[in-house]
Design a protein around this ligand. Structure first.
Ligand code: ZN
Length: 360
């Protein structure tokens, strides 16, 4: 491949920290010309004909249907490309990429595909399919999750919602690469600058790590037959979760750090019971047993995840209130002790009161 190294202007840094099975460096090529894109598509198709798997990640400031997609990283085990969507706009999608992304037989490793899927659908009319979401796979590998049969504990709110790990958490715990951690850390400060051009070395390294670490994590977790079937079902639900919302609210019930209810099927199961009652906050439908009788009576039913989010928010608000009260008390004390006006005023009112009482 006649790859151009976009980082070659910085000879003191080595972007090639990822290697393929042969130990060769994997280049991360910036694609912002039509000719480059055509070559990229050819190379990707060849790779997919050998092993039906790619890794995918989109970058953009507040990426969603609203936040514009600026960069789309796509990788095979040997090549990685950064498609400059800000420059190429619709071109890749109308000339081959849409077919690849919508092909359910081409497996796409992603990490939390929800916002990417929402952006792809609403900005480029691409209905992403064939996702294997590593964020879900990591949860499936937690013994605590598999042991709890979480979906069958419907209505048992003592079982708290399951916390989602970030990609950075996973790289730190399972990536076994200090270089990956470093590249993620260095790029984090520039997270909301994806519209800037040219992209910085740190941004390119960050985006490269986001897409190439997915192969490392997938190989680390190695989902087997039954797990793989459940992962496919879970990822299919996940990919549709945000793009299927008609009007997004962007509130904490939509965006939080917990696994939504009824996404990963329990061991030995591949489906969920049909829901007929909507959660009042996330608006997803669940069986009646998801909700308590008192919730249903007051028409204020919340699924386990939403309830956890609300509890967290209430706790946070209480802490804020307590802090504000403490600040107020401190400021009153500080004011009255800095000059003696407060104490003087208190004494004046007290003596007036005592005088009145004496007269009575
Ligand atoms: Zn809910």
């Amino acid at each position: 491949m006649a790859a151009k190294d976009p980082l070659s202007t910085t000879p003191d840094t080595d972007p090639n920290t990822f290697t393929n099975a042969e130990g060769e460096d994997i280049m991360y090529e910036l694609v912002d010309q039509e000719e480059e894109w055509k070559r990229c598509l050819d190379e990707m198709r060849q790779a997919v004909s050998k092993e039906n798997i790619i890794a995918l990640d989109c970058e953009g400031d507040n990426l969603s249907r609203k936040g514009k997609m600026q960069l789309l990283s796509i990788a095979t085990r040997d090549y990685a490309y950064a498609l400059d969507i800000q420059k190429l706009k619709l071109l890749p999608f109308v000339s081959g990429l849409k077919e690849v992304l919508e092909d359910k037989n081409v497996m796409k490793l992603m990490f939390d595909c929800r916002e990417d899927a929402d952006a792809l659908f609403n900005q480029f009319h691409v209905k992403l399919d064939g996702v294997l979401d590593i964020q879900l796979l990591e949860i499936m590998k937690r013994s605590q999750f598999e042991g709890n049969a979480i979906n069958r504990k419907r209505g048992d709110h003592a079982i708290h919602a399951i916390r989602l790990d970030s990609l950075f958490d996973c790289i730190k715990e399972f990536g076994k690469s200090d270089e990956m951690i470093k590249q993620k850390k260095e790029g984090m400060g520039r997270k909301n600058e994806w519209a800037n051009r040219p992209l910085t070395v740190e941004q390119m390294k960050y985006a490269k790590t986001d897409v190439l670490s997915l192969f490392c994590l997938f190989d680390h977790f190695k989902p087997v037959d039954e797990e793989m079937s459940r992962l496919k079902i879970a990822s299919q639900i996940y990919v549709d979760l945000k793009r299927s919302i008609p009007n997004r609210e962007y509130n904490d019930f939509e965006n939080n750090r917990y696994l939504p209810v009824d996404v990963i099927p329990d061991k030995g199961s591949v489906s969920f019971p049909v829901g007929d009652i909507s959660c009042k906050t996330c608006h997803r439908r669940f069986p009646r047993a998801e909700f308590s009788n008192s919730q249903l009576k007051t028409n204020n039913q919340m699924c386990r995840t939403c309830k956890k989010v609300k509890n967290d928010n209430d706790l946070h608000q209480n802490r804020l209130d307590n802090y504000e009260r403490a600040q107020y008390r401190r400021s009153w004390y500080d004011d009255s002790s800095s000059d003696d006006d407060g104490i003087y005023e208190f004494n004046r009112i007290l003596s007036l009161y005592l005088a009145v009482m004496k007269k009575k």
